[in-house]
Design a protein around this ligand. Structure first.
Ligand code: ACO
Length: 380
């Protein structure tokens, strides 16, 4: 006997649908399949269970660039409608814009149309190039991957990624945000929708950019992830920028895209004279890890900082190692020369540290933590 209860995390599947031409140019490794949410409790309740159906599937698809959506709820059996049977579509529809499609053919036509028409809005603030996952899987371009040479964006195995900065005033962005904000509920524990009435929100959105082979000189864009940022104004005219939400969609996770997006935000902060500090709101553990790794990498590659911190001889003695520990992270293995002496002590020269913290625009607690990690790596 069925118990008429379904896990909402398992029933709901998300897919990112690309236009036919893009699909054809991708191999299996890259034609992103369906994936599941991590959380659905904000939508279907604390238990993450849906009652009243057998064989329930909730098929939520997004056009990979424009995020135009399609929703189809299917089941093999449903209990006679009573007040205890959950309204699957009615509940989900409260969290997505009302213009979602339920006609598959209409959705696929939209995907094709958006493939040519959709362009990211906002200001391009960062781009980087990666070997296409398909080429990497096939062993192509290995030479390029193995050398430290950056991959040329014109290389046939290269994929370009672009980060755009937006505000509510960016044309079309408010509507776009209404489509992408669902990912905050589905992937960030304790995540909730931000208030559109608060004017100051800023965003950075990451896209994969693919050349259209049929129309040279044009590209298609595919959503990868985004972050929302909130500026807190301080007298007289400085700003502390708080990173509030940050998500990379599952098919793109653990490939360094989160790090690129985070570094794009950090470099944006450094480039803005009015912003004095980047802070993070209630970071999840995985995000803290990402932040530590990237902040440490930045510090270890900062020659002036490292030589002042550990003594001028650090770089000449341990220079190669300093450069090479970028990915060492918390363990800090292979840090800096043991015998070096500098402002990092211990004890740390507090005034010196505070000057650097301000210069690097890192939040107080985070800077302290980084200093501690560096000291431990020195004592290792
Ligand atoms: N658990 C622990 N550490 C992780 C995880 C994870 N799930 N994902 C990434 N990291 C760490 C690892 O140390 C990784 O180093 P590695 O390359 O040696 O594995 C490092 O972060 C960098 O990894 P990236 O590939 O650059 O990170 P990714 O693109 O996967 O993005 C992120 C990481 C943002 C946490 C992504 O997995 C995600 O969006 N998760 C779901 C949403 C979420 O938790 N967002 C953060 C909420 S906190 C906030 O919004 C302020």
């Amino acid at each position: 006997m069925a118990d008429w209860t379904t896990s909402s995390n398992e029933a709901l599947t998300i897919s990112l649908v690309r236009p036919t031409e893009d699909k054809a140019s991708l191999g299996e490794e890259e034609s992103y399949e369906k994936f599941n949410p991590t959380f659905t409790y904000p939508i279907y309740g604390e238990e993450e269970k849906i009652y009243g159906y057998e064989g329930l599937t909730i098929d939520l698809r997004f056009a990979s660039g424009s995020l135009a959506s399609y929703l189809s709820v299917n089941y093999s059996a449903k209990l006679p409608s009573t007040s205890t049977v959950d309204d699957v579509e009615g509940t989900l529809s409260q969290f997505i814009p009302p213009d979602y499609l339920t006609d598959e053919a209409a959705f696929l036509a939209q995907v094709e149309q958006d493939g040519t028409a959709f362009k990211p809005s906002g200001q391009l603030i960062h781009s980087y190039v990666r070997l296409s996952p398909l080429a990497a899987a096939n062993g192509k371009g290995k030479a390029a991957a193995n050398t430290q040479q950056p991959l040329d964006s014109e290389d046939e195995n290269a994929v370009v990624y672009e980060v755009y900065h937006t505000t509510w005033d960016t044309p079309g962005f408010r509507e776009y945000h209404r489509r992408m904000q669902l990912f905050i509920l589905l992937y960030i524990e304790g995540g909730s929708y931000i208030n559109e009435e608060e004017d100051s929100w800023e965003f950075v959105v990451l896209y994969e950019k693919r050349k259209r082979r049929s129309t040279p000189g044009t590209s298609t864009y595919h959503f990868v992830g985004y972050s929302s940022l909130y500026p807190f104004f301080h007298f007289p005219e400085s700003v502390r920028l708080r990173l509030s939400q940050f998500v990379i969609l599952p098919p793109y996770q653990r490939q360094g895209h989160g790090s690129e997006l985070y570094n794009a935000i950090y470099n944006y902060v450094l480039s803005q004279p009015t912003i004095t500090e980047l802070t993070v709101e209630d970071p999840a553990e995985a995000f803290e890890d990402l932040r530590d790794r990237n902040d440490l990498r930045m510090l270890l590659l900062h020659e002036v900082f490292i030589s002042e911190a550990f003594g001028a001889d650090t770089l000449s003695h341990g220079g190669g190692r300093v450069g090479g520990v970028g990915r060492a992270g918390r363990s800090g293995k292979g840090g800096v020369s043991k015998n070096a002496s500098g402002k990092m002590g211990p004890p740390v020269d507090k005034l010196w540290a505070e000057n650097w913290r301000k210069k690097l625009k890192i939040a107080g607690r985070q800077f302290q933590r980084l200093v501690e990690i560096l000291i431990l790596s020195k004592l290792d």
